[in-house]
Design a protein around this ligand. Structure first.
Ligand code: ADP
Length: 401
């Protein structure tokens, strides 16, 4: 039995899960929020429904890690930090260098740092987490898992933009995708649920959350992905625009008297998407409520989101020459019965028929009818478990060397 800590360190937050492996049991789940900002808070769920909540000043990631490890002992989630034998870190951008999860060493830290300009908000925060845990748990087996790694199998015909080829050769400009850990996990779960080898399936996995992406998974490998060089593109997201015409940037900079590209990107990243179109909220639940009350812009916003999902599903069916299963996961994909229903109704042309009751109940597994031409699954994603499995795999490999 091993106790493994999985860390998702963002620019102002640090999420964690403590898992027992290989039993795949969750011991604790928590979040340190608003690091370095007024109103920091620590939330930990553990035991049989116990909760710890504390408002306190957390000035940086090092303090967050110190407090978290102190609390793990203080709350008797572990009696000794040495019980934690492995730590896994989710890293957003791995570029072309990282094609799978790796054991953290100085070389790995150097490379994550070198590609930081591809994810300036995320990679430095991920590195802070890696370094802070290296200090406090020096004996734990440390692994980095990359959100881009699963997409390293995407062929050039799908990852290259139609921009000058030298941009790719000299500056690594290409589609990298994101949410790879989630797409990988649910594609494996889907194959298991369908009782078929993933290598024999054409799947489309729809990770629909605050950030959303759609992935074509062919023969168990990522074949195309809606996110691009950065996670800004693809379908409409909570506050991210998804695909826009690049010429719009110059045009709107003129109109709005904006001289900085960072300011423009901030609008596309934080003031667009569901929030920007609706003018109401970035949360799908609020939009569904507003629609019920007759708000037409909320309704239009949801329709645009649904249209984008349908568009990518259609594109990936065409690219793969068919599809065996469509998977819904993440915040909206797992929990929003009405949004799934709207998407599925528009897939009737494929011969998709779905079970209204299972869809309404957020059933874990297959929600299509037995006669459906394409299987539809609603599956809970579990990125932390995927990372913990990678730690176990790499640890076993290292011990057998
Ligand atoms: P993150 O990308 O932060 O991990 P999540 O996958 O948790 O995001 O998704 C969060 C989003 O999921 C929320 O912003 C909300 O729009 C949506 N969501 C969660 N629950 C529901 C629900 N019951 N109905 C509709 N949307 C939901």
């Amino acid at each position: 039995m091993e106790k493994l800590l999985v860390i998702n360190s963002g620019s102002s937050s640090l999420k964690f899960k403590l898992l027992v492996m290989p039993e795949e049991k969750e011991l604790a789940d928590g979040l340190v929020d608003r690091i370095g900002i007024n109103g920091s808070q620590i939330n930990i769920k553990y035991g049989d429904g116990q909760k710890f909540v504390s408002d306190e000043e957390i000035k940086d990631h090092q303090v967050a890690v110190d407090r978290l490890t102190f609390l793990l002992k203080d709350l008797h989630i572990v009696e000794d930090l040495n019980e934690i034998t492995g730590v896994g870190h989710r890293v957003v951008a791995g570029g072309e260098y990282f094609k799978h999860s790796v054991v953290v060493d100085d070389e790995v830290i150097k490379h994550i740092d070198e590609i930081s300009d591809m994810a300036p908000l995320h990679n430095p925060a991920n590195l802070m987490g890696i370094k802070a845990f290296k200090e406090i748990l020096p004996n734990a087996f440390a692994v980095a898992s990359f959100d881009t790694a699963f997409h390293q199998t995407v062929p050039a015909v799908n990852y290259l933009y139609s921009t000058p080829y030298e941009w790719y050769e000299k500056y690594s400009v290409r589609r990298y995708g994101a949410h790879g850990i989630s797409h990988h996990y649910v594609s494996q779960q889907a194959a298991e649920t369908l009782g078929k080898p993933v290598e024999d399936l054409k799947l489309i996995t729809c990770h629909l959350g605050a950030g959303s992406s759609i992935c074509a998974v062919k023969d168990g490998k990522s074949f195309d992905i809606s996110m691009g060089f950065t996670p800004l593109t693809g379908v409409t997201m909570a506050t991210r625009s998804g695909d826009v015409d690049a010429a719009l940037l110059g045009y709107m900079m003129d109109k709005l008297n904006i001289t900085s590209m960072d300011e423009m990107l901030d609008i596309l990243n934080h003031k667009s998407g569901l929030l920007g179109v609706s003018g109401i909220s970035s949360d799908m639940r609020d939009l569904l409520e507003a629609e019920k009350e007759g708000n037409e812009r909320a309704s239009l916003t949801i329709d645009i989101f649904v249209k984008n999902v349908i568009k990518y599903i259609g594109e990936y069916i065409a690219e793969m020459g068919g599809v065996d299963g469509i998977v819904f996961t993440a915040g909206i994909g797992e929990n929003s019965m009405p949004v799934r229903k709207r998407i599925l109704e528009r897939l009737a042309y494929l011969g998709v028929t779905f079970d209204e009751e299972k869809n309404a109940a957020n059933y874990e597994g297959v929600i299509s009818q037995p006669d459906s031409k394409v299987a539809v699954l609603r599956l809970s994603t579990n990125e932390e478990l995927m990372i913990a499995r990678d730690i176990m795999k790499l640890k076993a490999e290292a011990e057998n060397k």
